[in-house]
Design a protein around this ligand. Structure first.
Ligand code: GDP
Length: 828
C-alpha cells in the first residue's frame, strides 16, 4: 500500500494544495494540512466524491493522450554509444453519441457518393459507347452514300474530363425534374463527391430503393421532391452497357398493382414490397389511384404518361368526325302498347303488305327490323315490340327510335302497359302516333281511348294537341296507310337527316350466335353507308364485315341511313344498343374493343353508385336544375295518385322531383329498365319487384326501396333532396315462400303448404302475404311446420306448412315474405 501526503497528491493531480484540501473536506475526509497522509481508501473516497459531485458539470476528459518514450542505446564504431529517444504520442478521443452518428452518416454518404460516382461513370461510358456507335453508324452511312471515308463530325459534347460532367448532362436531359428536386447544395455536394471518388463500386440500386425504406419513404412523403436523386440511384440494377431501361408507363385514372408492375417490367411483388416499406400494404389486384401509381413509377425510375380513361374514346370520336352533305333520312319507328292490343298483328300486316318480298320464298327470316316503302317515303320498323327492347336500348345510351306507334285496342282502353309505353316514350322525348286498333270490332270505342290518353297528357290533334290518333284495324289492314302517312308527317317535323357519304355508323338491334355463321348482329345503319368489307367496331367486339344481308336474307353490298342489315364477321356478339362504327384501322378497332371489354366491369361498378338515392345528385352537373327521377309502383290507385302529388310538390328552386313512371302492380322488368334509362330510383309501395326486375336491379345496381308507410317515402325523398339522407331503417327480405296448397285445420285455420323459394323462412319474424307482387296482408306467423314438427326456420328448396295469424284468405300462388328491419347507415 502506497501512502502519499496531501501535498504529494496535489502535485500528482496537478491541483493547488488548498483546492485539494477543500475538495477532501467536501468528500468528508479529515485532512486539514498538506503534510497529512492520504491512504488508498481515502483516495478512492475522494475520487468517488469528485465524480458524483461534478458529474456532467465537470468536463469529463474526452481526450486521453498517452505518451510513451523509449530510449535505446546504439553502439557505434569503437565504444561510442549514442542514446536514441523515441517519443510516441497517441490520443484517444471519447465521442458523444451524436458524433458517432455523424461519423456513421459520413461513412454512409461516402459509400453512396462512391456508388453514385461509379454509376455516373458507367452511365457515361454507356453514353459514350452509344454515341460512338451512333457516330460510327452515321459515318458508315455517310461513307456508304459518299462512296469514300468521310471525317465524322466531332460529337457536340466532348467526353468529360472530370466526373462532374455527367451530373450536368443529366440535368440537361431532365431539366424539369432536376430543377424541381435538387437544391443547389445537393448539386454541389454531389459534384464534389463525384470528383472525390470517381471509381467506387456500385451496388444494385433498384433493390436498394426497396431495402432502404426509411430514406425512400421520406422522399416519398415529401411528395416527390427527392425523386430525381432516387431515380438516379435506382435507374438500373446492374452494370448494363445499354444504359438504364426507362419505360414509359401509361397510367389511367386508376391502375392495378399488377398492371403497373407489368408496365414497369418488374414483378408485382416489387411494387407490393415498395408500398409496404412506405407503410401502405397493398395486394396485387388492388387498384391504385393515378397519383400513387405515378409516384411509384417515378420512384422506380420510369417515365410516366398520364392518360385520361376516355382518351381512346375521345380519339375515336375525333377519328369518326365527318363532314358531308346531309340529306333527309327515313324515320325509325317502334311499336308499343298493352299486351293483346295488336302490336304483332300490326307489324305483321305492314310487313306482309309493304315489304318487297318478290324473291322466291318470300320472307325467309326475321331480323328484328325492316323497312317499308310508301308513296310518301320510307319507314323503318324496329320489329321488337315491347318496351323492354326500347328502353333497354335507351338504357345503353342508344337512341334508335324516332317515333313511337302506340297501339291501343279500341275495345279495351288505356291499360297499365299503355301507360308504361307513354312514360317510356315521354322519358325518351320521342313523339307518339296513336294507332287506335281493332276498330273493326263492334264494341270499339275510339273516343274512350282519346279520353284515357288525354288523361296521360297525350292530347289528340283534333283536341288541340300534337298527337295524331289514327283508327286502324291490324286484322283487316284498314287505316294502315293513313297510319304510315301520319308517321311520315311527324318525321317531317323532326327533320331527320343523315350523311350517306360518311363511313357507316349504326346501332345494334339484336345479335345472336349462329351455329354455322358465327356471331350475327342486326344493325340499324344511322349515319353514312355501311359496306361489305368494312372494318367495324361494335361495342366491345370488332371484325371485318364478311357478309351483309337485308331483312329478306338477301346478300347486299352496302346499306345507307335507316336501313337495317344483318352483319357477319364480328369476333363476338355485341349487345342490343351497342354502337357500330367503321374504322379504317384494324389495330385501332381491336384496341378500342379490348379497352371497352376491360372498361365494362368498371363502368358497371361505377354505375352501381350512380343510381342510389343517397348520391343521385352527385352525378349531375352544377348548372342544371337537379332532378330526382322516381319510378313508383303502388298497390292501389289512390295511393299512387296521393304519392305522385305529394312527391312532385317537394321540390324547390334548385331541386325537383319527377315521378317519371308510376302505376299499380308489382315492379316489372320494364319499370326497372325505365329507371335505369332515366337514372331514377325505384319505389315499391306495398308491392314487390318480380324476378326480371330484380335481376336488372342487381345487375345495374339500381336503388330499389320498398315502403309501406306514405310518410316514410316522403321523408326519404325530402332527405335525399337536402342531401341529408342519414341512416335509415330498411327492410331486409329474409325469405320468400310460395303457397302451393291450402289446408283447413281446425286448430290453426288455413294452413298454407309452401315451398321456400328464396332465403329462409323464420318462425319469429314479421311476414307479408303478396298476391301478384302486391302486399295484401302484413302480420306474423301462427305456426311453421315441417311435416308434423314445429320448426324455427325452413330454408330454400324445402317444403313447409305455414299458418298466418289472423289471416285465413291465403290462396295458392300467393307468396309469403319474411322480413326484418335493420338500421342502415348512409352509404356512399
Ligand atoms: P300483341 O300482344 O299486342 O302483339 O297483340 P297481337 O297482335 O298478338 O293481337 C292480339 C289479338 O288481337 C290477336 O288474337 C289478334 O288476332 C287480335 N287482333 C289484333 N288486331 C286486331 C284487329 O284490328 N281487329 C281484331 N278484331 N282483332 C285484332
Amino acid at each position: 500500500m502506497t501512502q502519499v501526503t496531501v501535498k504529494e497528491l496535489a502535485q500528482v493531480v496537478d491541483t493547488p494544495v488548498e483546492r485539494l484540501l477543500q475538495q477532501m473536506r467536501e468528500a468528508g475526509l479529515p485532512h486539514t494540512s498538506a503534510e497529512q497522509v492520504v491512504t488508498d481508501n481515502e483516495k478512492h473516497a475522494l475520487l468517488a466524491h469528485l465524480k458524483s459531485s461534478h458529474g456532467a458539470k465537470v468536463d469529463e476528459p474526452r481526450k486521453i493522450t498517452l505518451q510513451r518514450k523509449t530510449t535505446t542505446k546504439l553502439k557505434v564504431a569503437g565504444s561510442k554509444t549514442i542514446s536514441v529517444e523515441v517519443r510516441k504520442k497517441k490520443t484517444f478521443v471519447k465521442r458523444t453519441p451524436d458524433e458517432i452518428e455523424a461519423e456513421k452518416q459520413r461513412e454512409l454518404e461516402a459509400q453512396r457518393a462512391a456508388e453514385e460516382a461509379a454509376r455516373l461513370k458507367s452511365e457515361e461510358e454507356a453514353r459514350q459507347q452509344a454515341e460512338e456507335e451512333a457516330r460510327r453508324k452515321a459515318q458508315a452511312e455517310l461513307e456508304a452514300r459518299a462512296g469514300s471515308p468521310v471525317v465524322a463530325p466531332a460529337p457536340v459534347q466532348e467526353a468529360p474530363v472530370e466526373a462532374v460532367a455527367p451530373v450536368e448532362e443529366r440535368k440537361k436531359e431532365e431539366p424539369r425534374r432536376a430543377e424541381k428536386s435538387r437544391s443547389d447544395d445537393d448539386e454541389r455536394r454531389e459534384r464534389k463527391q463525384a470528383q472525390q471518388r470517381p471509381a467506387a463500386k456500385a451496388k444494385a440500386p433498384l433493390s436498394r430503393a426497396v431495402r432502404s425504406g426509411d430514406d425512400d419513404a421520406d422522399s416519398f412523403r415529401r411528395g416527390g421532391r427527392g425523386k430525381s436523386k432516387l431515380k438516379k440511384r435506382n435507374a438500373h440494377g446492374f452494370q448494363s452497357p445499354s444504359g438504364p431501361i426507362v419505360r414509359e408507363v401509361a397510367i389511367g385514372e386508376t391502375i392495378t398493382v399488377a398492371d403497373l408492375a407489368q408496365q414497369m417490367s418488374v414483378k408485382a411483388a416489387e411494387v407490393i414490397k415498395f408500398m409496404f416499406k412506405l407503410g401502405t400494404p397493398v395486394t396485387i389486384n388492388q387498384v391504385l389511384d393515378q397519383e400513387t401509381a405515378q409516384l411509384i413509377a417515378e420512384e422506380l425510375g420510369h417515365k410516366v404518361k398520364l392518360v385520361s380513361d376516355n382518351a381512346l374514346e375521345e380519339q375515336l370520336a375525333e377519328m369518326l368526325k365527318y363532314e358531308g352533305e346531309a340529306i333527309t333520312r327515313a324515320p325509325v319507328v317502334t311499336v308499343m302498347g298493352h299486351v293483346d292490343h295488336g302490336k304483332t298483328s300490326l307489324l305483321d300486316y305492314i310487313r306482309r303488305a309493304k315489304v318487297a318480298t318478290g324473291e322466291a320464298g318470300g320472307i325467309t327470316q326475321h331480323i328484328g327490323a325492316y323497312h317499308v316503302e310508301t308513296e310518301r317515303g320510307m319507314v323503318t320498323f324496329l320489329d321488337t315490340p315491347g318496351h323492354a327492347a326500347f328502353t333497354a336500348m335507351r338504357a345503353r345510351g342508344a337512341k334508335a327510335t324516332d317515333i313511337v306507334i302506340l297501339v291501343v285496342a279500341a275495345d279495351d282502353g288505356v291499360m297499365p302497359q299503355t301507360q308504361e309505353a307513354v312514360q317510356h316514350a315521354k322519358a325518351a322525348g320521342v313523339p307518339i302516333v296513336v294507332a287506335v286498333n281493332k276498330i273493326d270490332k263492334p264494341e270499339a270505342n275510339p273516343d274512350n281511348i282519346k279520353n284515357g290518353l288525354a288523361a296521360l297528357d297525350v292530347i289528340p290533334e283534333d283536341w288541340g294537341g300534337d298527337t295524331p290518333f289514327v283508327p286502324v284495324s291490324a286484322k283487316m289492314g284498314t287505316g294502315v296507310d293513313e297510319l304510315l302517312e301520319a308517321v311520315l308527317l311527324q318525321a317531317e317535323l323532326l327533320e331527320l337527316t343523315a350523311t350517306p357519304s360518311a363511313p357507316g355508323r349504326g346501332v345494334v338491334v339484336e345479335s345472336r350466335l349462329d351455329k354455322g355463321r358465327g356471331p350475327v348482329a342486326t344493325v340499324l345503319v344511322q349515319e353514312g353507308t355501311l359496306r361489305q368489307g368494312d372494318m367495324a367496331l361494335v361495342g366491345s367486339t370488332y371484325g371485318r364485315i364478311r357478309a351483309m344481308l337485308d331483312e329478306n336474307g338477301k346478300s347486299i353490298k352496302e346499306a345507307g341511313p335507316s336501313i337495317p342489315v344483318e352483319i357477319l364477321g364480328l369476333d363476338g356478339t355485341p349487345e342490343a344498343g351497342d354502337e357500330l362504327s367503321v374504322l379504317s384501322d384494324e389495330k385501332k378497332a381491336r384496341e378500342v374493343a379490348l379497352f371497352r371489354q376491360g372498361k365494362f366491369r368498371e363502368v358497371k361498378l361505377a354505375r352501381a353508385h350512380a343510381g342510389k338515392l343517397e348520391n343521385i345528385f352527385e352525378s349531375m352537373g352544377q348548372e342544371e336544375k337537379k332532378t330526382l327521377n322516381i319510378v313508383l309502383k303502388t298497390d292501389v290507385r289512390g295511393t299512387l295518385e296521393a304519392l305522385q302529388g305529394s312527391l312532385s310538390g317537394l321540390g324547390n328552386d334548385e331541386v325537383q322531383v319527377r315521378v317519371i313512371g308510376g302505376g299499380v302492380g308489382g315492379i316489372t322488368e320494364s319499370d326497372a329498365n325505365l329507371a335505369l334509362a332515366s337514372n331514377a330510383v325505384l319505389f315499391g309501395f306495398n308491392v314487390r319487384a318480380d324476378a326480371g326486375a330484380r335481376r336488372i336491379v342487381e345487375q345495374e345496381g339500381l336503388d330499389l326501396r320498398y315502403y309501406n308507410v306514405i310518410y316514410d317515402i316522403i321523408e326519404d325523398v325530402k332527405k335525399a333532396l337536402t342531401g341529408m339522407l342519414g341512416s335509415d331503417v330498411r327492410e331486409n327480405i329474409l325469405g320468400v315462400a310460395e303457397v302451393r296448397d291450402v289446408f283447413r285445420s281446425p286448430k290453426f285455420g288455413a294452413v298454407a303448404g309452401c315451398m321456400v323459394l328464396e332465403g329462409m323462412v323464420h318462425r319469429n319474424r314479421p311476414i307479408r302475404v303478396l298476391r301478384e307482387d302486391v302486399v295484401i296482408f302484413e302480420g306474423e306467423l301462427e305456426s311453421l311446420r315441417r311435416f308434423k314438427d314445429d320448426v324455427a326456420e325452413v330454408r330454400a328448396g324445402m317444403e313447409c306448412g305455414i299458418g298466418v295469424k289472423s289471416y285465413n284468405d291465403v290462396k295458392v300462388g300467393d307468396k309469403i315474405e319474411v322480413f326484418e328491419k335493420v338500421e342502415v347507415a348512409r352509404s356512399l
